[in-house]
Design a protein around this ligand. Structure first.
Ligand SMILES: N[C@@H](CCC(=O)N[C@@H](CS)C(=O)NCC(=O)O)C(=O)O
Length: 244
């Protein structure tokens, strides 16, 4: 049995839920409240995910972290449908998009989400409590970035830079989709899965300059197609559990 430790609205959790639905894999849900209860920083969770982030997948007592690694694992665990190209070059391209989704998109959307999302949902904590939480964050990399953001704020310049980087990502994505049906070639792959939740996050955060589908018509076409897939609908139908 597959056990998924995830948070209902986390982009990385959604990525894994889309993949599970594509593969038709049954899974058992363990919702981790990363906002109000901060369960991701509790000892039992850090024991399975030392970075203190979601998602984490557990398969037969084997623990797998990092959403991109999890979706590659799921693709290898169950043969059909194949979500990686057959040729080595195609697989390299998918991995490049997975890398971009984490190191370019996730990193920069986090900067843009700070004022729009993060500060609002942490508003029930005082500044001191918030600082205490972040100073004890399990992953030092994330800890340093978030403590710095809380102390100094996200400036207009930080936001401008993040938007420039994400605009350049969208240019690249549109170029790829001008040649292919899906991000890598004519078959749906892990690259499509890894990018989708971030486009939705641009929309949710009303980052209109990043969802200009007049300008990026190829992305607009792909995005409509992607949202019509049942895997996307299933992944997004997981709502905030009633007790939380
Ligand atoms: N590289 C990790 C990133 C995971 C990550 O940052 N998850 C966020 C939610 S999307 C999280 O758990 N944040 C916890 C927090 O901010 O306290 C992955 O892809 O799994």
């Amino acid at each position: 049995m597959i056990h998924l430790y995830h948070f209902w609205s986390s982009t990385c959790s959604r990525k894994v839920r889309i993949c599970l639905a594509e593969k038709g894999i049954e899974w058992s849900s363990h919702h981790v409240d990363i906002v109000e209860k901060r369960e991701n920083t509790e000892e039992w969770y850090v024991d399975i995910n030392p970075k203190g982030v979601v998602p984490t997948l557990v398969y037969n007592d084997q623990i797998i972290i990092e959403s991109n690694i999890i979706i590659e694992f799921l693709n290898e665990l169950v043969n059909e449908p194949e979500l990686m190209p057959k040729d080595p070059y195609g697989r390299a391209q998918v991995r490049l998009w997975l890398d971009r989704s984490e190191n370019t998109v996730h990193k920069n959307i986090n900067i843009l989400s700070w004022n729009r999302r993060h500060m609002k949902r942490m508003a029930h904590f005082s500044h001191q409590e918030h600082l205490g939480i972040l100073e004890n964050f399990p992953d030092p990399d994330k800890r340093f970035a978030m403590v710095k953001r809380l102390k100094n704020g996200v400036t207009e310049e930080d936001e401008k830079n993040a938007i420039t980087i994400l605009t350049s990502f969208m240019d690249e994505l549109d170029k790829a989709l001008s040649k292919n049906v899906w991000v890598v070639g004519d078959n749906f792959t892990l690259a499509d899965i890894a990018i989708a939740p971030f486009i939705e996050r641009f929309e949710a955060n009303k980052l209109n300059m990043l969802i200009d589908f007049q300008k990026w018509g190829n992305i607009g076409r792909w995005w409509l197609e992607l949202q019509s897939r049942s895997s996307y609908k299933i992944a997004y139908s997981f709502k905030k559990p009633a007790s939380q």
